[in-house]
Design a protein around this ligand. Structure first.
Ligand code: PLP
Length: 262
């Protein structure tokens, strides 16, 4: 039986915890065949990102077109896009493909260790070029602040952030609350502007959360590839990432990865 396919347009993590490495194993765990358009090669380990080199935009475009024209794409996600030029190339290519599949945009700006994964002018390009084409965007609280200026501290500001982000044109937004401090639970807010769905889960005491955002976005993308609705895909993705965080392990002297082993 030929499995469904999901395309990740993202960067490589030499430490194997985030980026396309996290995406591919998450697709595999969902029984979905992973396709890749590599955008950048990062040099990193558990202590942080030492640097990155981006690929030429036309190479990113060519990878997307090669797999889409021959193998077919049932859903796609973007992760680290590195530069405004790559973002514009991806947006143009998605337009040419006719937006025939759901698109999850994870607006990756920096690693949790605080290293930039995006050139400075590129955030604006994500907002204007990719958000209007997205089925769902999945910012964490740092990205929400960068994109809207809103600091999410409670449910009211989380809702205000969701509304401000939807104004950029995506169909759905998931405002992830995982980085909110001082709450015993981890509350994410999913909205399309009419429905406001609060998803509450346990908060695990671990410092090993490297790759968590990528893993959640790719789990959601895999479910969308299999035909799930956005609310069902997000609910399933949250359960998936909870298990990955619960089983996260130390590796290296810094931040270990969320675990695919369970
Ligand atoms: N490296 C790459 C290639 C990524 O795509 C990401 C996140 O998307 C990271 C590093 C940062 O991961 P984290 O913030 O979980 O450490």
């Amino acid at each position: 039986m030929t499995p469904r396919t999901a395309l990740t347009i993202a960067g490589s993590d030499s430490g194997g915890g985030a980026g396309i490495q996290a995406d591919l194993r998450t697709f595999f765990a969902h029984g979905v065949h992973g396709l890749v358009a590599l955008t950048a090669v990062t040099v990193q380990n558990s202590l942080g990102v030492q640097g990155f080199t981006e690929l030429p935009p036309d190479v990113v475009t060519a990878q997307i077109k090669a797999v889409a024209s021959d193998m077919g794409v049932n859903a796609a996600k973007t992760g680290m896009l590195a530069s405004a030029e790559i973002i514009r190339a991806v947006a143009k290519t998605l337009d040419e493909l006719g937006s025939a599949f759901p698109l999850v945009v994870d607006p990756v700006a920096a690693s949790m260790t605080g290293h930039a994964l995006l050139r400075e002018d590129a955030l604006e390009a994500i907002r204007t070029e990719l958000f209007p084409r997205a089925t769902l965007i999945t910012p964490n609280l740092d990205e929400v602040r960068l994109l809207t200026g809103i600091s999410v501290v409670d449910t009211a500001s989380q809702r205000a952030a969701a509304e401000a982000l939807l104004a950029f044109g995506s169909r759905w937004v998931l405002v992830k609350g995982g980085h909110m401090t001082g709450t015993p639970e981890c509350v994410d807010l999913l909205s399309d502007g009419r429905e406001f769905i609060s998803l509450t889960g346990p908060r695990y005491e671990t410092q090993n959360t490297h790759g968590g955002g990528d893993t959640l976005a790719s789990a959601i993308t895999a479910s969308l590839a299999k035909g799930a609705s956005v609310p069902d895909a997000v609910a399933a993705g949250k359960k998936f990432i909870e298990r990955c965080v619960a089983e996260a392990y130390p590796l290296g002297a810094g931040v270990g990865p969320v675990s695919p082993f369970w």
